[in-house]
Design a protein around this ligand. Structure first.
Ligand code: CU
Length: 560
């Protein structure tokens, strides 16, 4: 009789239908309540990686799936439990799974060539570790192009002590992007023409109509041979944006109960997509970032980079809502529906106006009317970055990088072209509810530059790609470090450090938010403090093709 029982029955029916038909089935768009994400729990879990064909809005796409699905199953675990995960690789190439955000012995971290040899074609590997944390995380392949082809899934870890008053609903929302074109072909096209997938080139007509940027700004960008419309390398021209593997038309749908709080666990498993997430007409209370609790903060929208997770609480009314996850460049959207009754939907908001880069995004927040002629030199001044190896793989050095952690992200500024009129989360809004575990001041400060060349489609740290970096970064076990990341490119980069949580330096002292992935905005810089855990840990951009093209380092942490 109760709404919850009703939904549970619906869910079970959905699961039975899916199970009977198997993977790759086209579900009718009006499927009552979406089939639940499949879940696995317990101390022994088996995952199988293999090729499959998935359907996105009725169109077939090649995929690398886990247990036959994209995304793979949700692993629902409990803090303190032991875990043995056997991964069977049915591919004809090496594979791996990495447990994104989990603190574990580095040999279990799952990065081939760094922490283990990888899982050979048609072979298997058993990961064994104890779960020391709770929250929302995910897992994905760290081999070849598999992650970009669908090889990822979610992890939900319940606290050791059960929540005495759990929310009425707890839904995982895996945001991702999927292409009908093979990733290798996407990369080839970007190598030849970095603007290949640019969606909204500015036009003369747009200038005359006053829709695009003013002439002065355009001339400044032209002088630098940069394109202010170049927000994302890979766009809605070639991607479909998904929530829990469903396209816009497939419309992933989840139950809510009017007046009862529901928890939504957003995971950005996109390979190349920053998402702007909102639920029109419904406030979101952000309660966790990257799996770590924060002091609840109410917002109407937030931006998330690949690799980040946010948990929000909502309290819906008796109506349906659209979850709108718009690609940052506004070339497409992932959409889901929350509803108290099967069959209800809510309006889908239209894509907003395309975003343009500004001089601030070039690390130059100043008036360019004087001395623009000397631009090219000042754009690559070694004096601004003595440790960066300048070469053809480095387009620019941001002359005046600024801390942008108080800003909501590209295109979401209140004063921007789009005049976003509502509350958007910034990193400064994140505050830990309890004191950080290590409050020592840093013993050592390290600056690292995020560098790249759009033209060559090369990405690097300090001007050196992963394949050129013959020495790892070395930290001492237990050492307290302050790392400052400076973005010398015109793209935002979500930088992920394996095996650690770091404390963002955003003015909250011993209540700093703890994260495993941080977006460094274009022309921006971010500092974090971290306590080094022993092992070999990759640190890389979570834009898949940036990592593949060199924006990665191995951090080697050993006894002091
Ligand atoms: Cu990047």
């Amino acid at each position: 009789m109760s709404a919850i029982q009703f939904h549970r029955r619906q869910l079970l029916q959905g699961a039975a239908v899916l199970g009977a038909l198997g993977a790759g089935v086209v579900l009718p768009a009006q499927a009552a309540i979406a089939a639940p994400a499949r879940e696995l729990s317990g101390e022994e879990i088996t995952l199988t990686i293999g090729q499959t064909i998935i359907q996105i809005d009725g169109r077939p796409a090649r995929a690398v799936a886990i247990n036959g699905g994209v995304p793979g199953p949700t692993l629902r675990l409990r803090e303190g439990q032991k875990l043995r995960i056997t991964v069977i690789n049915e591919l004809t190439e090496d594979s791996s799974l990495h447990w994104h955000g989990l603190e574990l012995p580095f040999q279990m971290d799952g990065v081939p060539g760094v922490s283990f040899p990888g899982i050979p074609a048609l072979g298997r590997f058993t990961y064994e570790f104890t779960i020391h944390q709770h929250g929302t995380y995910w897992y994905h392949s760290h081999s070849g192009l598999q992650e970009m082809m669908g090889c990822y899934g979610s992890i939900v870890i319940e606290p050791a002590a059960a929540d005495p008053a759990p929310p009425a609903h707890d839904h995982v929302m895996v945001l991702s992007d999927h292409s009908f074109v093979h990733p290798a072909s996407i990369l080839r096209k970007l190598k030849v023409d970095p603007g290949h997938y640019a969606r909204y080139p500015q036009t003369l007509a747009g200038l005359i109509a006053g829709k695009d940027q003013p002439l002065k700004t355009r001339l400044e960008f032209a002088q630098m041979r940069m394109d202010p419309a170049d927000i994302s390398d890979v766009t809605g021209k070639v991607f479909r944006y998904l929530i829990n593997g469903r396209g816009m038309g497939d419309n992933f749908t989840a139950p809510i109960t009017p007046g009862a709080p529901a928890r939504l666990r957003f995971i950005n498993a996109g390979s190349m997509t920053f998402f702007n997430v909102r639920i029109p007409d419904l406030a979101m209370q952000v309660i966790a970032a990257d799996g770590q609790a924060i002091v609840p903060v109410e917002v109407d929208e937030f931006q998330m980079g690949p690799g980040e997770t946010y948990d929000v609480l909502i309290t819906p009314q008796d109506r349906a809502y659209t979850v709108a996850a718009e690609a940052m460049d506004r070339s497409g959207m992932a959409r889901a529906t929350l509803t108290p009754r099967p069959g209800l939907t809510a309006p889908v908001p239209p894509l907003r106006a395309p975003v343009r880069l500004t001089m601030r995004d070039m690390g130059m927040d100043m008036d360019m009317s004087h001395g623009g002629g000397g631009m090219d030199m000042s754009m690559r001044s070694q004096a601004n970055a003595p440790d960066v190896k300048l070469g053809p793989g480095v387009d620019m050095i941001a002359p005046m990088p600024v801390d942008r952690t108080g800003e909501p992200g590209l295109g979401l500024d209140k004063g921007g072209l789009d005049k976003i009129g509502h509350r958007v989360l910034t990193y400064r809004d994140l505050v830990a509810p309890v004191q950080n575990p290590d409050t020592r001041a840093a013993e050592r400060e390290i600056e690292m530059h995020l560098t790249g060349s759009m033209d060559r489609y090369l990405w690097s740290f300090d001007g050196v790609t992963m394949s050129e970096a013959h020495h790892p970064v070395t930290w001492a076990t237990g050492e307290r470090l302050r790392i400052t990341l400076i973005n010398d490119t015109m793209m935002g980069h979500p930088i992920h450090l394996h095996g650690h949580f770091f404390e963002l330096v955003t003015g909250h002292g011993d209540r700093s938010p703890r994260k495993h992935t941080v977006i460094v905005q274009p022309g921006g810089k971010v500092s974090f403090d971290v306590t080094a855990n022993e092992g070999d840990w990759p640190m890389h951009c979570h834009l898949f093709l940036h990592m593949a093209m060199g924006m990665m380092r191995v951090v080697k942490v050993r006894g002091a």
